[in-house]
Design a protein around this ligand. Structure first.
Ligand code: DOR
Ligand code: ZN
Length: 348
């Protein structure tokens, strides 16, 4: 196969940042995706519908001329998010979910939720209105081994929550373990998961290949090879509960190459190309379209896109870096050759 044409895909988990950083990264996503679920972990976080509307306007203003891209906004849940705010979010038509960051779990999560039981009324309202909960699924206790934090979260938080709120729609974001893939497969109706390209293509050895690799550090951190295989099996399974979410998370080079580097892999410059590589390696390229363009839209109750995206089988070299405001960003696979290249978008 030398060309691969898909329905225009969507990215169901993306960090766009703000200001000069937003302007630097947005074109990569808009060249590939029709829509993206935009994470709310700005500083300060996007906790209200009004803030989400302002952020959305800044994203639209930063789009390259002629781009056809729709940002799908989210709210950042805190201990104080009210049911009334959920009502405003749903009524706005621009907010498509609320993100649960357990406080302290990852980048800019300090304002996150300390105890889900504070939020029962808020979550009940979300269930009632059909507004999905997007979950960063890691426990935060320093006593729990970092490689066990996702599995522990399933047992102590997610499974009880799914049972307590039987109508709440939940996206288990960026799953990284076999346990998570199996939980989602076997869970009640209304539970889905996003999977990133790095968790499909890499295991934790990649973090230490020849030396420490800060640009491959993300949260949840890469796991073992059996976990990667389970995620790949899930992604190519044709089960609509699993769909594309890159978690592309740009940080300036100096914030990654330092004594205490930030978590986040930047993949927006080659996102579809990287998923194509993973699906091709598994002999499952024909399954990519549904994973990238159908299942997420169906879960979120949005129409599937019209128009197409075409990749071609052709080598290209990822640049060593991209401009990022006053700084630079090091993309995943910097300086390396990829075998799939973006050919064109056919926008209707
Ligand atoms: O690696 C990550 N980066 N994981 C997250 O949960 C947050 C993200 C970011 O915002 O940089
Ligand atoms: Zn994320």
């Amino acid at each position: 196969m030398t060309q691969l044409t898909l329905t225009r895909p969507d990215d169901w988990h993306l960090h766009l940042r703000d200001g000069a950083a937003l302007a630097a990264v947005l074109a990569h996503t808009a060249a590939r995706f029709a829509r993206a679920i935009v994470m709310p972990n700005l500083v300060p976080p996007v906790t209200t519908t009004a803030a989400a509307a302002d952020y959305r306007a800044r994203i639209v203003a930063a789009l390259p001329p002629g781009a056809r891209f729709e940002p799908l906004m989210t709210l950042y849940l805190t201990d104080h998010t009210t049911a009334a705010e959920i009502g405003r979010a749903k009524a706005s038509g621009i907010v498509h979910g609320c993100k649960l960051y357990p406080a302290g779990a990852t980048t800019h999560s300090q304002a996150g939720v300390t105890d889900l039981r504070h939020l029962d009324t808020t979550l009940e309202r979300m269930a009632e209105l059909g507004l999905p909960l997007q979950v960063h699924g890691e426990v935060t206790s320093p006593d729990v081994d970092i490689f066990d934090r996702e599995a522990r979260f399933i047992d102590t938080v997610l499974a009880p929550l799914a049972a307590r709120m039987p109508r709440l729609r939940i996206v288990f974001e960026h799953i990284t373990t076999r346990a998570a893939a199996e939980f989602v497969r076997d869970a009640r109706e209304g539970i889905a998961a996003t999977i990133t390209p790095q968790h499909l293509l890499l295991n934790r050895n990649a973090l230490f290949a020849g030396g420490i690799r800060p640009h491959l550090y993300c949260l949840p951190v890469l796991k073992r090879e059996p976990d990667r295989r389970a995620l790949l099996e899930a992604a190519i399974s044709g089960n609509p509960r699993y769909f594309l979410g890159t978690d592309s998370a740009p940080h300036a080079r100096h914030a990654k190459e330092t004594a205490c580097g930030c978590a986040g892999v930047y993949s927006a410059h080659a996102a579809l190309e990287l998923y194509a590589e993973a699906f091709e390696a598994a002999g499952a390229l024909p399954r990519l379209e549904a994973f990238a363009a159908h299942f997420g839209a169906d879960f979120y109750g949005l129409p599937r896109n019209t128009g197409t995206l075409t990749l071609e089988k052709a080598d290209w070299t990822v640049p060593a870096d991209y401009p990022f405001g006053d700084a630079t960003i090091v993309p995943w696979r910097a300086g390396e050759t990829l075998g799939w290249r973006l050919a064109r978008q056919g926008v209707e």
